[in-house]
Each structure stands twice: as structure tokens, then as C-alpha cells.
Write a protein that binds this ligand. Structure first.
Ligand code: F6P
Length: 413
């Protein structure tokens, strides 16, 4: 027994608390620690199958019934965590907003004999927050509402929380985390906390349970070996998208990330249609390399009409930047930013799918593989297979999987 610890998450809705809680919990479990999450939102939804507590009014400061019910839920979560730790539980994670000092004082009192650490999640990235709100609108608790109404409802809920928000201040053990950048902004620890070094490590590391990195299906431009553009899928490409959908039908994929280009969206839609529910989030960061003056030309035409481009790019493909366009090297930052969004928006233990492009997928893959820069533009990126990437603190694996066959042993994860 390595000691007991209580972690209480803090932060406004949609700031990445649950993803962080899961990441901490699952990684500790892999280390052999008995950790568990106590999530107030989940409890609320279980206690209210009708969805009456999903309306913004429920969260209004003036709603006495709502307040009482939220207090009851919080106390129930606390009691469950206490029971867990009184048994063989080691780390209890209270996943809730916990944004008032009063609520936090209650938590401190309930666990006065145990080490307790508050972890506050902030996210200063507006775009990531907006995308996260879009995702929340797809949650089952907003079933029955239009997307717009669901979004409005969630935004109003946040506004109610903002009115009562009291950031961490004088709690003895507290960490302020930027959940988008996976970094620790402030840290104040006044006693020796079990697992603390490991938890710091987990907070700042990006792990991938299952990332399916797919290239879009065949396009009309691919047929002619044309560069860039916004071409649609050919019949074969549509067929590839259907085959992917069939292949992943038994693998739960709650979000598919694409670029803004038609070909990735057309590939993702049939896959999403076989999943229930599934959000498609199009990120401009995953748009294909912009080939500047070479956009829409075939490689052959580039050799004929712009021989200096072919001459200069050939020997130095990674560093080469297309005139009026991008290069692998200049694209790296935006692709990395896209990946940060992916990690922020996806719940840690869920499968992730990215439907991207040849160059973009190479850049994504290179984030996980240790490859020399010069090798990146030559990474094999076929359209009839996808990369299955798994990275956890204990192992790393990369597999190139043909999708016309049945899903392998990981089906149903
Ligand atoms: O040909 C398809 C494509 O995605 C182009 O749009 C892009 O310019 C190219 O692949 C990237 O591959 P490479 O860097 O090998 O030219």
C-alpha cells in the first residue's frame, strides 16, 4: 500500500477536467494503483433519466431546488469516495466543477485526515474551447434539442457557473494546469503527497490509447497525380470510405477529426454514420500542405513548367517551402497545434480518429515516431490502410492495418 490521496478537480465546464481526470486515473491504474473517478455530472444524469437537470435554469444561482440537488449530488460523490478509500481504494478523483470556496471547504472537511490536492484546469485557447462546446452539444443529455439550442443551453450553463466562480486561492495543495497545452502554470504543495511526482508527469505527458490515422479515399486529383486543391472522392474513394465505415463499425469512435477539405469530410461521413453518436470536427490545422504556385498542377507539369521547383524540392523535401505556399517544416507548427486540439477535445480513454492527408498525416505520425526530419516526407501513407497508434507509459506500438479485413483483436475497445 503506497498511501491514499484525494484529487479534486476544479474549473468551469468544458475546460478539460474530465479528460485530465481520466488520464490521471487510467495511468495510475496501469501503474497498479487502485484509482477511481467520482463524477458529479454522471451521477446527476443517473439520478435524472428524464434530463430535467440538463436545462440552463437548473444551474442558475437563484434556483434553490437546483442548488440543493447539486449539493446532494456532491455529498453523495464525496461519500462514495470516502467509502472507496476506506476499502482498498488508493486514489479518489472528484471530477466536478468545485468552483466555489464553500464546496472546496466541504471537500477539505470531508477528507481532513487524508492528503488532498486540488487540480484546477484552465484553457485560454478560445478556438479549442469553441470546438469543445460544439462537441458538448452532441452529448446524449441534449438529445431532443437542435444543435443550436443545445449549444445555447450549454453556453448559458457556463455563464451561470461563471457568476459563482472562485479560482483556487489558499488551498494548501493546489496545481493550476493549462489543459490545452498540457502544462503546469502554478503549483503550491505544502506537504508530501503520495504519487505526486507521477501525477505531475501524467499531467504534462500526452498519451494516446488508440489513434487511428487514416488518409482520405481516392480523389479525382489523385487519379491524375495532381497536387493540392479541394477535389472530391472518386467512386473508388467513396467505396474506400464505406469499407472504412464497415471496418470500424464495431469500434467505438466518438469523434473524427478531419481537415476542412472536402475529401477528408467525405471520407469521415460514412464512418460517422455508423457510429452513434459521433461528432466530426474539421480542423484547419489539418489542411493539406499548401503547394503555392504548384497547387492544381500534376507532378509532371511541375517538372515541365517549374523545373526549378522540382530541382530544389527533390534533394531537400523537408526544408523546401513552395513559393507562395508551405513546406513540411513551416507546416509543423500548425499540425502540432491541431494535435493539441485533438488531445484537448478527446476524452482520454476514448478512441481517436483523424482523417487527414498525405503530408499532414506524415507530420502527425512523425510526432509519435522518432524519425529523422529528412525521412518524414517519405513516410508511407497509403489509401488502403491506416496507422493504428498506441502510446501509453508502458508501451508504444504502430501498426499499418488494411481496412478491407475484419477489425483485429482490439475490436470493441
Ligand atoms: O498528391 C496528394 C497530396 O496530398 C498533395 O496535395 C500534396 O501536395 C502531396 O500529396 C504531399 O506529398 P509530397 O510531399 O510527397 O509531395
Amino acid at each position: 500500500m503506497r498511501g491514499r490521496l484525494v484529487i479534486a478537480m476544479v474549473g468551469l465546464p468544458a475546460r478539460g477536467k474530465s479528460t485530465m481526470a481520466r488520464k490521471i486515473c487510467r495511468t495510475l491504474e496501469l501503474d497498479g494503483v487502485n484509482a477511481r473517478i467520482f463524477n458529479n455530472g454522471k451521477l446527476r444524469r443517473q439520478m435524472d433519466p428524464e434530463g430535467l437537470t440538463s436545462t440552463p435554469d437548473f444551474f442558475a444561482a437563484a434556483n434553490v431546488t437546483g442548488l440543493e440537488m447539486r449539493d446532494t449530488i456532491a455529498r453523495r460523490s464525496i461519500a462514495m469516495a470516502q467509502a472507496f478509500l476506506a476499502g482498498d481504494g488508493q486514489v479518489a478523483i472528484l471530477d466536478a466543477t468545485n468552483i466555489t470556496r464553500e464546496r472546496r471547504a466541504e471537500i477539505c472537511a470531508a477528507f481532513s485526515s487524508l492528503p488532498l490536492c486540488f487540480v484546477e484546469c484552465l484553457n485560454a485557447d478560445e478556438e479549442a474551447l469553441e470546438a469543445n462546446l460544439e462537441r458538448k452539444a452532441d452529448l446524449p443529455e441534449f438529445r431532443g434539442l437542435s444543435r443550436e439550442k443545445a449549444l445555447e443551453s450549454f453556453v448559458q450553463r457556463i455563464a451561470h457557473y461563471e457568476q459563482i466562480y472562485e479560482p483556487l486561492g489558499d488551498e494548501p495543495n493546489r496545481i493550476l494546469v493549462d489543459s490545452f497545452d498540457s502544462c503546469i502554470l502554478q503549483e503550491h504543495i505544502s506537504e508530501v503527497l503520495p504519487y505526486y511526482d507521477r501525477i505531475r508527469d501524467i499531467i504534462t505527458t500526452r498519451v494516446v490509447r488508440n489513434l487511428f490515422l487514416v488518409r482520405h479515399g481516392e480523389t479525382f486529383y489523385n487519379l491524375e497525380d495532381r497536387i493540392g486543391g479541394d477535389s472530391s472522392l472518386t467512386e473508388k474513394g467513396e467505396d474506400q470510405a464505406e469499407a472504412l465505415a464497415e471496418h470500424f463499425a464495431t469500434v467505438r469512435i466518438p469523434i473524427i477529426f478531419t481537415s476542412n477539405h472536402r475529401r477528408t469530410l467525405q471520407t469521415a461521413r460514412p464512418i460517422a454514420a455508423r457510429q452513434e453518436p459521433c461528432s466530426i470536427i474539421a480542423l484547419p490545422e489539418f489542411n493539406e500542405i499548401h503547394a503555392g504556385i504548384c497547387e492544381h498542377l500534376t507532378y509532371e507539369e511541375v517538372r515541365e513548367k517549374l523545373p526549378q521547383v522540382a530541382r530544389e524540392r527533390g534533394p531537400n523535401k523537408f526544408r523546401y517551402v513552395y513559393p507562395e505556399g508551405e513546406g513540411y517544416t513551416t507546416m509543423a507548427e500548425r499540425v502540432h497545434r491541431g494535435l493539441k486540439k485533438v488531445f484537448f477535445l478527446n476524452n482520454y480513454d476514448e478512441n481517436i480518429m483523424i482523417v487527414g492527408h498525405r503530408a499532414v498525416n506524415r507530420m502527425i505520425l512523425s510526432r509519435f515516431l522518432s524519425r529523422q526530419e529528412e525521412e518524414i516526407p517519405y513516410i508511407y501513407m497509403p489509401q488502403d490502410r491506416y496507422y493504428h497508434i498506441r502510446i501509453d507509459p508502458h508501451k508504444r506500438s504502430f501498426e499499418l492495418v488494411p481496412y478491407r479485413s475484419a477489425p483485429a483483436a482490439w475490436a470493441g475497445w
